[in-house]
Ligand binder design. Sequence first.
Ligand code: JCH
Length: 239
Amino acid sequence: MRIDVVSIFPSYFDGLTLSLLGKARDSGILDVNVHDLRDWTSDRHRTVDDTPYGGGAGMVMKPEPWGLALDALASRVAAPADEPGRAEQRPTIVFPSPAGEVFRQATARELATRDHLIFGCGRYEGIDERVFEEAAGLGEVRLISLGDYVLNGGEVAVMAMIEAIGRLIPGVVGNPDSLVEESHEDGLLEYPSYTKPSLWRGREVPPILLSGNHGAIAAWRREQQLERTRRRRPDLLAD
Ligand code: JCH
């Protein structure tokens, strides 16, 4: 999978070269490329923002640099184009937005199947609306919210999305079992985990986990998942 990120703060993404995603990147499974939006400006001050039409507080990102950036990145191939039987694919273009659909594990799973993702990180009060219309001519456009709170820009949301998507790509996580067992993959919160020592500061590990009865352990864990989900996230059981 090829991932392109466009931002006026490209150094935000230096952390992506570390740990889990760093390995996937080195092995060529994930090809992450971070770009500075200002590279697609042509004025002396490399301007990316302007005042909003109709008035209002703050600034809006100008459309021209975004248009050039998306034109340049959308035409790039995610995998060797001469691969037999491989059709040219349009990218999925993701813009983080507080007004977008909420990002869920299902969203991560869906985006993990794409060959080419482009993430556009807005700042200020957001991006000129016409950029989203223009982007729809280059690929599938998705406006996605990390959750119902307001961030200062798209960078932190994109970091979270790339981490959630990247770890679902085969070869990024070592043990495939660890992907199906965790929170949200089965619509429930995860069961509690314990390790040694079995007694710590007067606190015991639930004895069932030391019983060696794997059927009883699996049943206890499922019960814990249901109870936690009912208490902490009843909205997940309503679905
Ligand atoms: C963003 C901002 C006030 C936007 C600019 C670009 C995503 N889940 C989530 N929360 N916040 C975001 C996000 C994504 C991209 C941008 N801002 C700041 C500030 C606004 O009200 C009109 C809109 C925030």
